[in-house]
Design a protein around this ligand. Structure first.
Ligand code: FES
Length: 372
């Protein structure tokens, strides 16, 4: 674009050339009738610069006045020779020189030559387009090689043009398109849809089979945890709301005092109630008292040995007299007594809730024995 000549320069060169040619030929060709052309400057009495319109009019007037100076028969073919090739062949047009013509160029010819030179570049695409448009039928008739074998870019362009120029509608048009074989395209093979689905299903099946043991373990763990939780809740409820009281009654009737003989140790209530009813003399007084069957050492139940008239503990050998006072073994103190009372029916009532200890002097309490 930088090399493209400016129209203004071209016009200036043309005018300079015309002026020089007029100077070399002092005797111009006879003019039949001079065309009176008013000077642009004279037409503007104010002396202002010429407008573009006025300049064009002056140039046309100048060209009209110079045209008759050249032979008409020679000027017209020359102009035609300049213009016609420029339109058809563009830059390849050869502009005749003054030497070839044997005379100086007229303004028209010079303008034509200048336009041909300036428009060569722009005329080239037009000429190429014209050439392409005229060559279309011949190219359409060309038999193109298969697409995979095309190496010339021109063939590719032609194939694209043919494909684009084909009418879309109509089966005949579709059938007339150049057949392109798929095997020539070197395309990668299309994936098999059924094989892909089968592979996916196989993967899913293997995943499901692999997760079954883990799922079974999770189910087993949650089941065990749930059972343990239910059992623990039941035990907790049983602890807070027992349906029976394990505490036995603390009082029991053992019968009238007359049924116990002197020196007798009655073991009837030893196993179930944990005491003996003894009739013996203690501190010079015949009395009834209830002795606990719990050894004062570590709690084992002693046995009454009739032959030895003593209570003997089987655990560590502690011995107690019939009164309950300890005399051997590790027992630190005498056996304990329970409270005795006589009921309204005359029966002796033993109350295990009240205990009496000899070392504390509680055996002197009247509730700890019944005189007989
Ligand atoms: Fe009776 Fe040790 S428990 S002597």
């Amino acid at each position: 674009m930088a090399d493209r000549p400016n129209v203004k320069d071209i016009l200036a060169k043309a005018r300079a050339a015309q002026a020089s040619s007029e100077g070399e030929q002092p005797a111009p060709a006879p003019v039949a009738e001079p065309v009176p052309v008013a000077s642009p400057v004279a037409a503007v009495p104010s002396g202002r610069p010429l407008t573009l319109k006025e300049k064009l009019a002056a140039a046309k007037a100048t060209a009209a006045s110079a045209a008759p100076s050249a032979p008409a028969s020679a000027a017209v073919p020359a102009a035609a020779a300049v213009v016609a090739p420029a339109a058809s062949a563009g830059p390849a047009v050869k502009v005749p020189t003054p030497a070839e013509l044997g005379r100086p160029l007229t303004l028209k010819e010079k303008l034509a030559a200048a336009k041909a030179t300036a428009g060569g570049a722009s005329a080239a695409p037009a000429a190429a387009a014209a050439a392409v448009s005229t060559a279309k039928p011949a190219a359409a008739a060309r038999v193109l090689p298969p697409l995979a074998e095309m190496s010339d870019p021109k063939d590719l362009v032609e194939a694209l043009r043919q494909t684009a120029s084909k009418p879309v509608a109509g089966k005949a048009a579709v059938a007339a398109r150049p057949a392109v074989k798929k095997e020539n395209l070197n395309l990668p093979p299309r994936p098999n849809k059924n094989a892909a689905i089968a592979a996916l299903q196989g993967t899913r099946r293997r995943f499901m089979i692999g997760t079954i043991p883990a799922v079974a373990w999770v189910i087993l763990a949650w089941t065990t945890f749930s059972v343990a939780l239910v059992a623990f809740s039941a035990m907790l409820g049983r602890f807070f709301f027992p349906n029976v009281l394990a505490e036995p009654p603390s009082t029991i009737k053992v019968g009238p005092s007359s049924q116990f003989e002197a020196g007798e140790v009655n073991e009837r209530w030893k196993a179930e109630w944990g005491f003996w009813v003894v009739r013996s003399v203690y501190n010079g007084q015949d009395m009834l008292y209830a002795l606990s069957t719990v050894c004062t050492h570590l709690g084992c139940p002693p046995n009454w040995l009739v032959s030895e008239q003593k209570f003997k503990c089987p655990c560590h050998g502690s011995g107690f007299y019939v009164s309950g006072v300890n005399f051997e073994g590790p027992a630190p103190r005498p056996l304990e007594r329970f409270k005795l009372s006589v009921g309204e029916d005359g029966q002796i009532v033993v109350d295990k809730a009240q205990k009496y200890q000899e070392e504390l002097g509680q055996w002197n309490d009247p509730d700890s024995f019944i005189p007989v």
